[in-house]
Design a protein around this ligand. Structure first.
Ligand SMILES: NC(=O)c1ccc[n+]([C@@H]2O[C@H](COP(=O)([O-])OP(=O)(O)OC[C@H]3O[C@@H](n4cnc5c(N)ncnc54)[C@H](OP(=O)(O)O)[C@@H]3O)[C@@H](O)[C@H]2O)c1
Length: 254
């Protein structure tokens, strides 16, 4: 089917491993998938600038280096497909994910800008945007969070992080989390489509959250909604997750 050109970064585990296995199964060898990425959560005051730079080096500069390397050849051949593992956090920021979300916004801005030039050379661009996915990523992020020195922030922020954010976030993963295989299946489906989209969100249950952003360009609607969900409406948050869990069971996680 393809020209034996396949490159998936970060495929030792999780989504990258599942995507590489899925592409190999169908002998789909014409894709470059930039998947490698790391997470970071916690109060900003407790994170060093060096740690933030390291995260950007993997999540953003890893992509920039790869594309810079591959683009000239793709342009010469007038073909190719740049597939990038972004995140819903590249669309909508989330409490205590400031730096991670910033890195995915950078990825989105980079690809959105480049896609126009790429199109002129018949090169396709697709940003895959998963919501929560149960992988090593989640385990590593929570492990780091448990060990995190919170002395750099005030007591109230530390309490919000430990007692509100972490339990909520774990509930979101257990209620809405996809498997890496589900993300891989959808990735292969969208990138092999006749006209692949620039963006694809893999988790339908997370879409109402990202839709808020497009519904109000002033940003007030998503800001107020997230604020109320986290700080005011504990019961609403739990009930919403309960309904979503039921919906997920009844649709067989399709
Ligand atoms: N899990 C989620 O909830 C979720 C949601 C949305 C988007 N994503 C995105 O999906 C992608 C894959 O994440 P995952 O959940 O599959 O996590 P994962 O299981 O931790 O896999 C991450 C992969 O990236 C590699 N990697 C990390 N830093 C690297 C570096 N500096 N250079 C080269 N490779 C590096 C890792 O290799 P080593 O282990 O060998 O370092 C591993 O193979 C990431 O871009 C992440 O941001 C994840």
């Amino acid at each position: 089917m393809g020209t034996r050109r396949v490159l998936v970064t970060g495929c030792s585990s999780g989504i990258g491993l599942a995507v590489a296995a899925r592409l190999a199964k169908d002998e789909l060898r014409r894709f470059k998938v930039n998947n490698a990425g790391v997470g970071m959560i916690g109060p900003l005051e407790c994170q060093s600038i060096d740690a933030m730079k390291n995260l950007f080096d993997t999540n953003f500069f890893g992509l920039a280096r790869l594309v810079k390397e591959l683009l000239p050849d793709m342009k010469r051949r007038q073909s190719g497909h740049i597939v990038v593992m972004s995140s819903v956090m590249g669309i909508q920021g989330l409490l205590f994910n400031d730096v991670y979300s910033a890195s995915k916004f950078a990825v989105e801005g980079f690809c959105e800008s480049l896609a126009v030039q790429a199109m002129k050379f018949s090169i396709k661009t697709t940003l895959v945007e998963p919501g929560p996915v149960v992988t090593e990523f989640e385990r590593k992020v929570y492990e780091d969070a448990e060990k995190m020195d919170l002395s750099g922030t005030d007591e109230e922020t530390a309490k919000i992080f430990r007692e509100v954010y972490l339990p909520y976030s774990k509930k979101i993963f257990s209620s809405l989390g996809q498997t890496p295989e589900e993300v891989a299946e959808q990735t292969v489906k969208v990138i092999t489509a006749k006209e692949p989209p620039l963006r694809h969100q893999t988790n339908r249950l997370y879409m109402p959250m990202t839709a808020l952003k497009h519904a109000d360009p002033t940003g007030r609607l998503p800001l107020d909604t997230f604020y109320k969900m986290i700080f005011k409406h504990d019961s609403v948050f739990n009930a919403t997750l309960g309904v979503l869990r039921m919906l997920q069971r009844s649709t067989g996680k399709k």
